[in-house]
Design a binder for this molecule. Structure first.
Ligand SMILES: NC(=O)c1ccc[n+]([C@@H]2O[C@H](COP(=O)([O-])OP(=O)(O)OC[C@H]3O[C@@H](n4cnc5c(N)ncnc54)[C@H](O)[C@@H]3O)[C@@H](O)[C@H]2O)c1
Length: 268
C-alpha cells in the first residue's frame, strides 16, 4: 500500500491541441489522449470530416498550414475558444523530404521541409505558449526524429529541422520552466504511418536493412509513439522538461559496423 497519492497517467479534463492530428502519429496520439480523458482539438492542413473526428474522439478540428503564422495564431485561438483554454500540445504536423543530396537540392523544396517541420513547431509552441503562460501551467511535446539525432545523407532539410526541434524544445523548457510549462520532444524511428508507407511503396527505404539496423529488429507502430507522448504530457512526467526521448527501438544506441549481431546466444 502507498501512503501518498500516486499521480495519474490519465489526462482527465485536460484541454489539448494536436497538430498533424488527421493522420499517423498525430491521429493515434489524439485518439489515445482522448481515451485518457483529454478534450482534443486536431489541427491539420487536411480537413477532418465529422466521421473521422468522431473516430479520433476529438471535439473539433481546425484547418490550416502550421508554417503560416496567421493560420497558426487563428488555429490556436479557435482551439482555445472550443476548449476554454489550453493545457496540452502535441506537435506532430510534418512532411518528409526527397532524399536528394545537398548539391542537387532545390532550395524551395528544402525551405518548405524546414518551414513545416521547424517553423511550424516554433509557431505552434509560440501561440500555445502565450496561452499557457497566462494560466501558469501546461505541457508540450514536439516531434523530432532519429534524423535529428544523427545525419542521414540526402535528408538535410528534414534533419536540420528535426535537430532544430530538439534545440527549440530545450530553449522553451528553459524559458518557460518557472512559469510551470514543461516542453519535451520524442525522437521516433521508422514508424508504420501513411508517410512511411508511401516512402516504402516508392522503394525509398529498404525495410530489411532498417530492421537489421534496429536492435529491436522491427519498425515501430504509431501507438508506441502515442504512449511515449502521453507519458511526457501526463503528471507522471512532472519533473521532466527539456528532454529528447528517442522512441527508436535502440536505433540511436547502436554504434557498431554492419547490422545488429544476431549470433548473440538467444537472439534467434
Ligand atoms: N513515421 C515515421 O517513421 C516518423 C519518424 C520520425 C519522425 N516522424 C515525425 O512524426 C510526425 C508525424 O508523421 P507521420 O508519419 O504520422 O506522418 P503523416 O503524414 O501520417 O501525418 C502527418 C500529418 O501532418 C499533416 N501536415 C502536413 N503538413 C502540414 C502543414 N503544413 N500544416 C498542418 N498539418 C500538416 C498532414 O496532413 C498529416 O495529417 C512528423 O513530424 C514526422 O516528421 C515520423
Amino acid at each position: 500500500m502507498h501512503d501518498r497519492p500516486i499521480p495519474s497517467l490519465r489526462l482527465d479534463g485536460k484541454r489539448a491541441i494536436v497538430t498533424g492530428g488527421a493522420s499517423g502519429i498525430g491521429a493515434t496520439t489524439a485518439r489515445l489522449m482522448a481515451d485518457l480523458g483529454a478534450r482534443v482539438v486536431v489541427a491539420d492542413i487536411a480537413p477532418v470530416d465529422p466521421e473521422a473526428l468522431a473516430a479520433l474522439g476529438a471535439v473539433a478540428a481546425v484547418t490550416g498550414d502550421v508554417a503560416d503564422e496567421a493560420a497558426v495564431d487563428r488555429m490556436v485561438a479557435e482551439a482555445e475558444a472550443h476548449l476554454g483554454g489550453l493545457d496540452l500540445v502535441f506537435n506532430s504536423a510534418g512532411i518528409g523530404d526527397d532524399l536528394v543530396p545537398v548539391h542537387e537540392q532545390e532550395v524551395a523544396r528544402w525551405q518548405r521541409v524546414v518551414d513545416v517541420n521547424l517553423r511550424g513547431t516554433y509557431l505552434v509552441c509560440r501561440a500555445a505558449g502565450r496561452s499557457m503562460l497566462r494560466q501558469g501551467k501546461g505541457a508540450i511535446v514536439n516531434v523530432s526524429s532519429i534524423v535529428g539525432l544523427g545525419a542521414f545523407p540526402g535528408r538535410s532539410g528534414y534533419g536540420i529541422a528535426k535537430a532544430g526541434v530538439i534545440h527549440l524544445t530545450r530553449t522553451l523548457a528553459c524559458e518557460w520552466g518557472t512559469a510551470g510549462i514543461r516542453v519535451n520532444c520524442i525522437a521516433p524511428a521508422y514508424t508504420r504511418t501513411p508517410m512511411v508507407r508511401a516512402l516504402l511503396e516508392r522503394n525509398v527505404f529498404d525495410p530489411t536493412a532498417i530492421e537489421r539496423r534496429t536492435p529491436l529488429g522491427r519498425f515501430a507502430e504509431p501507438e508506441e509513439m502515442a504512449r511515449a507522448a502521453a507519458f511526457l504530457l501526463s503528471d507522471w512526467a512532472s519533473y521532466v522538461t527539456g528532454t529528447v526521448l528517442p522512441v527508436d527501438g535502440g536505433w540511436s544506441a547502436y554504434g557498431a559496423a554492419g547490422p545488429v549481431d544476431k549470433s548473440i546466444p538467444g537472439s534467434d
